[in-house]
Design a binder for this molecule. Structure first.
Ligand code: DAH
Length: 343
């Protein structure tokens, strides 16, 4: 019996397990009612009193060791399983994914895309030009007189003087590039950034965005211009929007006009935004000056055309009531998030 106890002690010492089920099998084998250790206890009852003392001690040691082993292994395995569950090493691939949030378009981009698509649907093609322009494309070809104030350093950011290279002050410069490189009929819109030497405030900024429109063909008239602007206003501001044209002056158009739209907030009744007039100005336009056509090698006796130009910030302000131009450039998430699509 002493040998048997020794052998079992060795077995208990050597026993290792990876799974709880193995530990339980071991417990049943050793410690259950019919297990090896319990059987030894039964045999122990049959021993004489002298043997009982020695064997009894050893039997108790064996039983306690077996109990400790079972308990220790159990806790070890349970700990390992819990750790594995919580560690990154074993992610639960069946869990639903976390929504990390997505970005959204800048309001200027939203409105630019909308303007683009309104004109694209009626046959206008998008064209772009450089932000750094020479004097010819930004001023001279567009019929600006030599002494025009826009040519002054106070109004324009010059990169170089003589020859004059400047940050374009308007997207009308793209008109010149398109007319120089394409033959009529030309139907194009040119969105882009423009730069002016202005002190930054709620109502003025040195960087802003414009969309330029140009249509050149045989027999293009002022009525065509009015019609396309009316269409734009209804598409952008809603079917009840109206436009009106006021005579104005631009060096590159003759005649020229300023375009007002019926106030989108009060529907023409008069409010703070339209300063009670019921109208808000949205762009400049006119018939392309024959001088400009000739400067771009287009025969002004055969072709005529119209042009228009609008500020995207201004149109965005009328859509979203953003009353401070600086907000467009600060990238404050509290501002930008208001334009995120709702999920
Ligand atoms: N370039 C003008 C500006 O920056 C806007 C403009 C007015 C563009 C009349 C045009 C136009 O094409 O015909 O203020």
């Amino acid at each position: 019996m002493v040998d048997k106890i020794k052998q079992l002690l060795e077995e208990v010492d050597a026993f290792q397990a990876e799974k709880l089920a193995e530990v339980e099998d071991f417990r049943i084998k050793m410690l259950s009612k019919k297990g090896l250790i319990s059987t030894l206890f039964n045999e122990f009852k049959t021993l004489g009193p002298e043997d009982k003392r020695e064997v009894g001690q050893q039997l108790n040691v064996l039983k306690n060791k077996a109990l400790d082993k079972v308990n220790n292994l159990k806790t070890q395995i349970e700990e390992r399983v819990n750790q594995a569950k919580s560690s990154d090493k074993y992610p639960d691939l069946t869990l639903p994914a976390d929504f990390t949030g997505s970005g959204s378009r800048h309001p200027i981009s939203i409105v630019r895309n909308q303007i683009n698509s309104i004109f694209e649907k009626i046959g206008f093609v998008i064209s772009e030009g450089p932000e750094i322009e020479d004097d010819w494309h930004n001023f001279s070809a567009l019929n600006f007189a030599d002494e025009h104030p826009a040519r002054d350093m106070q109004d324009t950011f010059f990169v170089e003087k003589n020859p004059d290279i400047a940050l374009r002050t308007h997207t009308s410069s793209v008109q010149v590039r398109v007319m120089n490189s394409q033959k009529p009929p030309i139907r194009t819109i040119s969105p882009g950034r423009v730069f002016r030497n202005e002190a930054i405030s709620a109502r003025a900024h040195c960087i802003f965005h414009q969309v330029e429109g140009l249509y050149i063909d045989k027999g293009v008239s002022f009525a065509d211009l009015k019609h396309v602007l009316d269409h734009f206003a209804r598409e952008f501001f809603g079917a009840d929007a109206r436009i009106r044209l006021r005579p104005s002056y631009f060096p590159f158009t003759e005649p020229s006009a300023e375009v007002d739209v019926s106030c989108p907030f009060c529907k023409g009744k008069g409010c703070n935004i339209c300063k009670g007039s019921g109208w808000v100005e949205i762009m400049g336009c006119g018939m392309v000056d024959p001088n400009v056509l000739e400067n771009c090698n287009i025969d002004s006796k055969v072709y005529s055309g119209y042009a228009f130009g609008m500020g995207i910030e201004r149109i965005t302000m009328l859509k979203y009531l953003v009353n401070d131009l600086r907000l467009y450039f600060e990238n404050d998430l509290r501002f930008l998030r208001q334009f995120a699509p709702a999920y």
